[in-house]
Unconditional design. Structure first.
Length: 402
């Protein structure tokens, strides 16, 4: 089976949520005998020197890229206000890219063309014009919900108004395109239910974040201190918002305990105001070479998101490592979890404080939650199992008569 994947960034190396999901899909599809072609927007924001990619998986696929400048520009953002179009999406579209994609589709036939995220959907019309391949949209999250939740959390009036506009335009586009595909892949049953509730007539299948579980059987060298850890890119606004909330509402109370608890913060693009907070108890590690090793060192991992959508890949990874996680219900959204069984849920600052306290006073809690978390991932997030299911969906769609 010939499969074309369209991505809004190059998923090599798999060093973030979106790249990990794409990379794992490619790896297993190749193993299952599919001929995979990857067409990636190589964006300024996440630019990859593709000639330096040494990954053996990369050598097993056909790769086409288009270099695009998707940086946010004040002038373009202002002019976009008068277009009625989503600036979140227009930054990923160029006519020359559409032409390059059309040329690929005119010279090669594909059974499946899979759109990995909303940012590549603006190329849908040109693809329909030149290809007879079956079209699949994988919704890594519900984009407009991210901005809607950010709008609710924002206090600055002008920014709140702008976020609201971004959310409305994204929602309009998302709802418009739902019935344009032969199938939709939702990241969770929550998202599947949402798509169906807003009138989606295309078949919707749930395919959660999938991991190659063997990669997470690592020797764990725990920190000598009672450590709390968080890892996430600070260029994604919900991550920064969540950390700001934790540092303002929760961390001061933990520090006052003087119980030897340390907070380790890792991730790309740390703002300067976080760097100056670096101290004996607040260790800012910045971008780390090995995210799994960082998570493995921590006694407890936190995910204090107040906005966002989809499924947090880092939570699934931490669970695969057998870690105890404290998260808000928004952060854990879409995961088939049970509070106090395989994760600890805390939505208020006081609850977050109490759950951290429990972790370092109850001698069995961290171990118990971690073991159950690992079982959950093995049951619902095994890449080998889910990839076989995905291939069956492809086959069903291809066998379906027009």
């Amino acid at each position: 089976m010939k499969v074309l994947l369209l991505t809004n960034r190059v998923p090599f190396p798999p060093n973030g949520g979106y790249p990990i999901v794409i990379y794992n899909t490619i790896r297993e599809l190749v193993e299952l005998g599919c001929e995979v072609t990857l067409f990636s927007l190589n964006t300024t924001k996440h630019f990859v020197k593709t000639k330096e990619i040494k990954d053996p998986v990369f050598k097993k696929i056909k790769f086409v890229q288009y270099k695009i400048d998707n940086r946010v520009k004040v002038k373009d953002a202002f002019l976009n206000l008068f277009t009625g179009k989503s600036y979140n999406l227009s930054r990923f579209y160029e006519k020359n890219c559409a032409s390059k994609l059309a040329h690929l589709l005119r010279t090669q036939e594909f059974d499946i063309i899979q759109f990995e995220g909303l940012q590549v959907v603006p190329y849908l019309d040109i693809i329909k014009e030149v290809s007879k391949g079956k079209l699949i949209y994988r919704a890594h999250n519900i984009e407009h919900q991210i901005w809607k939740r950010l709008t609710l959390q924002e206090n600055f009036f002008l920014r709140k108004m702008y976020f609201g506009l971004l959310s409305k335009r994204l929602q309009k586009f998302e709802f418009k395109i739902l019935n344009s595909f032969d199938a939709i892949l939702a990241i969770s049953s929550v998202d599947e239910h949402f798509f169906k509730s807003v009138g989606c007539q295309s078949p919707v299948h749930t395919f959660p974040v999938a991991l190659n579980l063997d990669n997470y059987e690592v020797q764990q060298q725990l920190s000598l201190h009672k450590s709390i850890g968080y890892i996430g890119s600070m260029e994604w606004r919900p991550n920064l918002e969540g950390i700001d909330w934790f540092l303002e509402k929760v961390w001061p109370s933990i520090k006052q305990l003087d119980a030897g608890i340390t907070f380790h913060l890792a991730g790309k693009n740390m703002p300067k105001y976080l760097k100056v907070l670096n101290s004996q108890s607040f260790i800012l590690e910045g971008e780390v070479e090995d995210a799994a090793a960082f998570m493995a060192r921590q006694h407890v991992l936190i995910v204090p998101l107040l906005s966002g959508s989809g499924m947090r890949v880092k939570i699934i990874e931490a669970m695969a490592l057998g870690k105890c996680i404290i998260a808000t219900s928004i952060a854990a959204e879409g995961i088939n979890y049970q509070h106090d069984v395989n994760i600890l849920i805390a939505d208020k600052a006081d609850d977050f404080y109490k759950q951290i306290l429990r972790c370092f006073t109850d001698k069995t809690l961290i171990s118990r939650i971690g073991k159950e978390a690992k079982k959950l991932v093995a049951k619902y997030h095994d890449n080998k199992t889910l990839s076989k299911d995905l291939l069956n969906v492809y086959q069903t769609i291809c066998d379906k008569k027009p």
